[in-house]
Design a protein around this ligand. Structure first.
Ligand code: ADP
Ligand code: MG
Length: 380
């Protein structure tokens, strides 16, 4: 790297929106990154993916009165990604190429489907430029609640008891599956679509009748379902991880949902859920604090994450285990970056600003790319 290369302003492209139930949250996360990124070091470009999957140009604009930045979306300008050297982003107006730009780092901030599941990461692999966050395999495994739970539980990280099955197995073996669920998991339990987010396709079930009907509902959202033991009146515990030279694991925070569980309504609609930082039970119990941190970094390593993740646990008792315990619940590889999101709040509590977080993520993506480029790809 030459000194000129080192000093020049880098072009960072934020990719947001997407064909996901979390589309609107992604827009807020993208604007939050735009407002907090160091603009003397980085020049910002944007790709907005519409709800139908069209890639459009998004450009930063500033409100002179409030000094707030916001992405302005041009739906008539289509963006193409290419792996040609020095012009990996093409902007089209009609059939005419209006601009050719060379982006240095891509920053995908699409939560859920299409953004957090390895799809966009696969596209960026082919563009052959650094991109922020987890790679293809890690993203898709982390997004899949069945695969991630299977891998994590194999490494003695505690999870609640669970079973998974597909549509075909349900069609041919409904009664034996119900029997197995009642025997091994019991009621109440949770029925979950394997790969969504925002509590979509997630049901708390208390009776056998409800179990059957919710499994049918779940199959409207996914071809594979997970049924797991419920933690009773759980404490919802979240930890942020950031790779900044080495892996930083924050102290945990707790979400106190406003609904029976942390449902879509409690997450986004009524605005009444509360956040406790740090998680009080862990603050007054050093052994629990240590355990939460160790388990979080273990999950991050086992699932081969890079850059960042938010790791969620549930603490409480279950019908079968009366003693309260900590259970790994899920991992989010593109967590919310909004003002009220737990991910930046937990880092902030450690003295790491959103600006420093963004900087660390960009640096991490560059070092990951350098390591990738050193690998042998042609041995003949
Ligand atoms: N086993 C469980 N016991 C108790 N509550 C649960 C359990 N699994 C999920 N929940 C509740 O459902 C919410 C959403 O489930 P989660 O697996 O985190 O899905 P999502 O990816 O949609 O956030 C959790 O935040 C929690 O409130
Ligand atoms: Mg969750």
């Amino acid at each position: 790297m030459s000194i000129i290369d080192f000093m020049r302003v880098k072009k960072v492209c934020i990719i947001f929106g997407g064909k996901s139930v979390e589309h609107e949250i992604s827009i807020i996360s993208a604007n939050s990154i735009l407002n907090n990124i160091n603009k003397t070091k980085y020049k910002i470009f944007g790709i907005y993916i519409t709800k139908d999957g069209v890639f459009c140009e998004a450009t930063p604009s500033i409100n002179r009165k409030s000094s707030e930045y916001k992405f302005k979306i041009s739906r008539q300008k289509i963006v193409l990604l290419s792996n040609q050297k020095n012009k990996n982003l093409l902007i089209l107006k009609g059939s005419k190429i209006e601009a050719k730009i060379n982006i240095d780092v891509f920053f995908p901030i699409i939560h859920g489907t299409g953004g957090e599941d390895g799809s966009i990461q696969g596209l960026l692999e082919l563009v052959n430029k650094p991109y922020v966050g987890c790679g293809v395999e890690s993203s898709s495994i982390c997004m899949n609640k069945i695969l991630s739970k299977k891998l994590v539980s194999q490494q003695s990280i505690p999870t609640t008891a669970f079973h998974s099955f597909g549509k075909e197995e349900w069609r041919t073996s409904e009664s034996s599956l119900i029997r197995k669920i009642l025997e091994d998991i019991g009621l109440p339990c949770f029925v979950k679509a394997s790969n969504l987010g925002s509590s979509v396709g997630i049901y708390r079930v208390a009776t056998t009748k409800e179990l059957k009907s919710r499994i049918k509902d779940g199959f409207k959202f996914a071809n594979e379902l997970l049924v797991e033991e419920a933690v009773l009146q759980p404490e919802e515990v979240e930890v942020s991880i950031l790779e900044k030279n080495n892996i930083i694991t924050t102290v945990p925070g707790r979400i106190i949902p406003s609904d029976e569980f942390y449902s879509y309504k409690a997450k986004y609609i009524d605005g009444k859920s509360e956040i406790e930082i740090p998680y009080q039970r862990a603050s007054s119990n050093p052994a629990l604090m240590k355990r939460i941190k160790i388990l979080s970094s273990k999950v991050f390593t086992v699932l081969q994450c890079s850059g960042m993740a938010r790791i969620d646990f549930l603490y409480g008792r279950t019908t079968r285990k009366k003693k309260p315990a900590l259970y790994f619940s899920e991992i989010n590889t593109i967590p919310g970056f909004t003002e009220i999101s737990m991910f930046p709040k937990l880092l902030n509590n450690e003295g790491i600003t959103l600006e420093a977080t963004i900087e660390a993520l960009i640096k991490n993506s560059e070092s990951k790319q350098r390591k990738k480029e050193k690998l042998v790809t042609d041995f003949l």
